[in-house]
Structure formats: structure tokens, C-alpha cells
Design a protein around this ligand. Sequence first.
Ligand code: HEM
Length: 525
Amino acid sequence: MSLLQRVVRQRGSLFRVCGARSLAALKTTYRPQSTRAEESAAHEAAARPFDEIPGPKGLPLIGTAWDYTPFGQFPLKTNLRGSFRERTKTYGSIYREKLGPMDMVVISDPKEIEKVFRNEGRYPERLPLMSVKIYRELKKLPLGVAILNGEEWQRVRSSVQKDMMRPKTVGAYASLQDDVSRDLVDVIRALTEKEESGGQVHNFINYVYRWALESISVVVLDQRLGCLTLDDLEPGSDAQLMIDGVNNFFRNLVKLELSGVGLYKYISTPTWRKFEKAMDQWHFVAAKMLREKLAKSAAEEGTPTESDTDFLQSLLSRNDVTFEEAMMMAVTLLSAGIDTTGNTLMFNLFCLAKNPEAQEKLYQEIMEVIPAGQPIDDKKLNKMHYLRAVVKETFRLFPTAASNVRKLDRDVVLSGYVVPAKTTILMAHDVISSLPEYYPEPEVFKPERWLRDDESSGVQPFTLLPFGYGPRMCIGRRFAEQELHLGLIRIVQNFHVGWSGEDMKQVNRMIQAPDRDNFVFRKRA
Ligand code: HEM
């Protein structure tokens, strides 16, 4: 079936429009299934029951949800990371917490984190984002790769696995994505050259989100959106609607997902209504962009195309996913690539601004591998070890996702306690990042610790997993890293990045976001 026929056949869709268990029970149901040879039977047998895992008691029905309100100890918006660190200090590297109906175990020992990942099986399960699931069920849309679990998840994920994760395929987009980063540099140059600017770019983060959307569009849509312009975008333009929609989605998502009881599941709360509006907005705009791209491809059908990297065409031609599922995948990728990569670029620039020696070292590496005016390809990127170390060290101090989550389909013994199958296990790598036993002088920004041949190197495995791990790790990882590398190279090659005023802090929007942007860009001679 041709692409055009598939589009025509799908005219009816959105895309056309555009408890705690008792000890006795645990003892009888616990069947160790670990396959790791070194785990002795004696160790398993001596494991203590789930109910004995230490942790805060909480209130009936809502558990510890109160602690995360603006009046509690760890306001969700500003101090979720603080809760992992404080609770670990109080209870140790494993603790248990009940957040409304969710019974959760939080671990921060790298060996135990490794054990969780080694036991995740063929179909790793993450807690589905219930609000997204409910929205898509209500609108009769496919659930999408991030929400699905089991065999369904694997079928949908495999439709883009190779195109997203194979280094060679991703590397083929390096020069197109480099053009986007050069455009960002042109914007910064033009705006900072204005006399009154003082080297600052007003609302810089919005340009960074445009850069991120434009960078992922060259992959998914195989075209530039042209949204990296000097002027503000029209509020009703597709790109701005998409960016605002995804921003608002994250702002409300965190409130819904971590609200404890989850009133929104039963009545239409004000937060739910804002969330629904944001979801409508970005689903609609992304679908419109895709529809326009398909109409263009259909018009050109039969005409030889210049590009051999038509991602969407390859996705839609697969027989293992329906047209609607393929479209939902494309919508997901377009939206998942904005705040994640955008916020991460902001954190990297902030760390460099506050650490001028590291910035200078990075500049030297850039000039060695990519002299000014030279194009960048994936081979050159692979030579940039210090750059990679900068990105890793930034993830350690300013994680974009502060933890990973899994539910195992088998019981497992963690730190000497039985954790029954299907328990939510939260792996808090952010806690590990702050501990001197894993990172000497943990508060210091030291990219060198990630360089293999440096004397301060020697980071243990499973201490930092910013993109998750295993078959369910972030599917956008390679593109995100490539975009970050290109963005940092072009910015640092052209500017001294500085900072004025109070330091940046992170705010929690399900992923972490910067609370301010006070960069000062000075042109390099
Ligand atoms: C610096 C940027 C990014 C960070 C830190 C990040 C982080 C993560 C993390 C921690 C996960 C969960 C992994 C796991 O459970 O093991 C994830 C999943 C995911 N990410 Fe990213 N991500 C980033 C960028 C992107 C981009 C650019 C895209 C798309 C183009 C993307 C698409 C996805 C999708 C679709 C999933 C769900 C995958 C699945 O469930 O199979 N991410 N990401």
C-alpha cells in the first residue's frame, strides 16, 4: 500500500484533523527467581520482609502526599530532589513510602540498582503516566510507546528502534542538526549585538526550545520549521503553540501525577482542564505538521527525493504498527524532544558559565577538533572526550530526570529486604551523585572525573543513568546527545558564556527545568 493510500484510508482519526501486604502473605508468596549466580541461597533466605523496610509513616489514605504540598517539607515544585536526599539520610539506601495509593521503594545503592535492571526481563515496565493514559483513552488515541507495557510496548518501540538508536543512522543527521545550532548562534549574536542588551538574550529559554524543536523536526519531519528567527514567534504559530503546549503539559503533569489521591481521575479538576487543553494543543499541532508533511510527500510521490533519510516514510511503511500508532510515535518524538533537551542545554551552559576553566578547556578541545568555519560530522564528535565529560558531569549535578522507575515481574531481594513483584521501585541516582564515596568532592563541577585516563577518574557503573538503562532506555538518547554536543560546540566556539545575578536552580516539572536564565554572552575574538 502506498503512503498516499494509507493516508487516505485513515481519514477518520485525530490525525485527519490534523497495599501493604501482611508478613505471613509475603512469606508464603516470596519465591526468589533471581538468576545471578553469585546471589547465594543463604542470602535470599535471610531476607527480611517488605513490611520491615524503614520509611516515613504518613497519614491514612494520602500517605506522605502532604509533605509534597506547598505547605509540606518537600514542596513538589522546588524540593522533590531534597526529599530523596533527606529521607536517604534518615532511613538509609532503601526506604519505603506510600504516596496516596502508590506503595514505593526508593533505592540509592548502585549495586542494587544494577540488580533491578538485570531483573527487568524482556519487557521492562515503567509506571505509566496515568494522566496521559486517561487522556488518550478518553480521546480514543493509541497509548504510545512511553505508556504501553509488555509485548505491545515492544512491538511499538521496535518500529523506530533502529532509526533512533543506531549510531550510524543518528550520525547521518549531524550536519543538518549542526545547521540548526549555527542558526541559534546567529540569533544570539544578533540579539547581543544590540547596544542595550549587555550581552543578554531576553527570554533565552524560548530560543533554546525553538532550537530543540527545530533539531528534532529535521529528523521526524525531514524539514526545517524555520522557527529560529530573531523575532518572537506569532503566539498562534504552529511552532509556538507546540512549544507552549508541551511546556504547559509538563507544568500540569507533575501536579496530576504526584497528587497522591488523584482526584482528577474522578472529577474534572482545574489542573486536569489545563492539562487537557495543553495535550489537545500539542497533539493537534504535531498531527497538523505531520499531515502537511504527508500531503507534501504524497504530492511528490514518484518524484525522486534528494534525501535518503525520510524517517516518517520509513515509520509509516512498517507493517507491525497501525497508521495511528505510527502517527502517535511521530507526535511523541516531536514533543519529547523539546523540554528534555532544551532544559539540559540550559544546565550545561550554566555549569560552564560558573566554571570558566572548564569552559576554556572545552574551547581548546573544540578548536583542536573543529577549527572555526569547519563543518561537523559524527566522526569529529566522537573525538570530543572533554565535551562528553562536561555533559555527564552536568547530568550529575543538574539531572534532567532525577531518578529511574521500574516495576519488576518477579520478587527481588534489595539491600536485604524482599521487594514483591509489581512494587514501584524508584532508583534515585541523584542521591548517589551527592555522596563522596562515589564522587569525591561531590559539590565540585569536575568533568575530568569522567575521563578514562585522568587520575581523578574511576566512576562506578550504575551511579548515573540520565537516560535510564536497558531495552527501555530513552529512545531519543542518541539524538539528544548529538544535539547537545552540537549546540555546546557552536555556542562555546563563538562566545564566552557568563552568568549574572542569582544562581540557576532547578524546578520540578516531572523533568527538571531551570528557574531563570541570566546568561551573558561575550563574542570571542
Ligand atoms: C537530554 C534529554 C533527554 C533526557 C535526559 C531523557 C531522559 C529519559 C529517561 C530517563 C527516560 C526513561 C528511560 C527508562 O525508563 O529507562 C526516557 C524515555 C523516553 N524518552 Fe527521553 N530523554 C531525553 C530526550 C529525549 C528525546 C530528544 C526524545 C525524542 C526525540 C525522547 C523520547 C523518549 C521516549 C519516547 C521515551 C519512552 C521510551 C520507552 O518507554 O520505550 N527523549 N527519556
